[in-house]
Write a protein that binds this ligand. Structure first.
Ligand SMILES: Cc1ncc(COP(=O)(O)O)c(C=O)c1O
Length: 397
């Protein structure tokens, strides 16, 4: 049968990470591939009690709900964001099925085919998938470890007249980068000057390792005109609840809510009600402290092994938070090729190339350090180092 698919499917790509995950979930492979939190740290008892309570406190949690999200949850989100100096009213919050859906709904109402989005390069793969599926044109902006470079950003804003600048400025995926305060301010200033919307994607902001506060979110410096800000409970509670949210100018949120009506009517009611109970009854901030400490220790284990093979051909930045090391190998190494050998040896990572909008650096890889225990990290890294050695990249060993 020949199916008459829409033209749009030509732009839909399968996620390289998800494809790799299918392979690595088999057998004895230690995976540094997914961006997965550690399920042994999940607050299972608190989640169970929260769901119990949601189901037994009247039947609201089992009913259809408002598209914008359960009001009590939006009020709690408004309070939690206020603690981070993002002052937004519950009416300007849309609860979404993960922040992934926030990216999708925003794109649906903003982009016509050919519209321009400026991004970092590399950047979050699944955001690129969304932008591609709406046939938007993605233009990368030059950046260093502090964030986008102002001159290139301004030049590209003037030249391409983008509708949006998509950034993950705090413990980025994949780079593990934190934008400096100065670069955040410059980005906002340019967005204000040229009237471009910034889409700030912040799933990792809470997974912070150093005790000093990381720079404030871009949204906290905006007067709710230029910045859409999305975050999620996937990394701090459990991803399976699929609860994220987005805040921004009311006009945009209203249209996104309309788009959401057509997509799924509303985010899962039981999860939303359970989350309200969890936030009332469970000390989530204390739980987040525990996660930070545990992930920090795991990051140090991975760093220890990377340090032992580091030289001028193998480099990485030590992440200050988040879930990833972003490693650059010698320029003649193709990490997609290396992955096949690594999986044979029982270890997996994500090759860096799919995260690039253009000029993919084939010698890069992303390593996740949150999902495996310290012992498995050691074992997996030993396997990885031996794959690197066997491939005779002697210079780096
Ligand atoms: C940068 C970034 N944005 C958004 C998401 C989507 O998260 P979720 O839909 O689970 O909230 C992820 C998930 O890993 C991510 O890394």
């Amino acid at each position: 049968m020949k199916y008459g698919f829409s033209q749009r499917v030509r732009y839909m790509k399968s996620s390289a990470v998800r494809d790799i995950l299918k392979v690595v979930n088999q057998g004895d492979v230690i995976s540094f591939a997914g961006g997965l939190p550690d399920e042994s740290l999940f607050p299972v008892e608190a989640v169970r009690q929260a769901f119990d309570k949601a189901i037994t406190s009247g039947n609201k949690a089992l009913q259809y709900g408002e598209t914008e999200g359960v009001m009590e949850l939006r009020e709690k989100l408004s309070e939690r964001m206020a603690n981070k100096n993002i002052h937004r009213s519950p009416e300007d919050i849309l609860v979404t099925s993960g922040s992934q859906q926030a990216i999708d709904l925003f794109s649906r109402i903003m982009f016509n085919p050919g519209d321009i989005i400026l991004t970092e390069n590399p950047t979050y793969l699944a955001a690129l998938q969304v932008f591609d599926s709406y046939e938007a044109r993605i233009i990368p902006v030059d950046a260093d470890e502090d964030g986008m470079i102002e001159e290139d950003l301004e030049e590209k804003i003037i030249r391409f007249k983008p509708k949006c600048i998509y950034v993950v400025p705090t413990y980025s995926n994949p780079g593990g980068k934190v934008w400096s305060l100065e670069r955040r301010k410059k980005l906002l200033k340019l967005a204000q000057k040229y009237h471009v919307v910034i889409f700030e994607d912040d799933p990792y902001g809470d997974i912070q390792f150093d005790q000093e506060d990381s720079p404030p979110s871009i949204a906290s410096m905006d007067n709710n005109k230029f910045v859409m800000y999305t975050s999620t409970f996937s990394k701090t509670v459990v991803p399976a609840m699929r609860i994220g949210w987005i805040v921004g100018p009311h006009q945009i949120i209203r249209l996104m809510a309309q788009a959401k009506q057509a997509t799924d009517l509303h985010t899962n009611s039981i999860s939303q009600h359970a989350l309200v109970h969890l936030l009332n009854d469970f000390n989530l901030d204390q739980h987040i402290q525990m996660i930070r400490q545990t992930y920090y220790e795991r990051m140090l284990v991975m760093k220890g092994i990377l340090d032992s093979v580091k030289n001028d051909q193998l480099s990485y930045m030590v992440p200050k938070g988040g879930m990833f090391f972003w490693v650059s190998m010698p320029s003649d190494v193709n990490t997609t090729e290396l992955l096949k050998k690594a999986v044979d040896k029982g270890v997996a990572f994500v090759p860096g190339a799919p995260f690039y909008v253009s000029n993919p650096q084939e010698n890069t890889m992303r390593l996740n350090f949150t999902n495996a225990t310290p012992d498995l990290i050691k074992e997996g890294m030993e396997r990885l180092v031996s794959v690197i050695n066997e491939n005779q990249y002697e210079t780096i060993v």
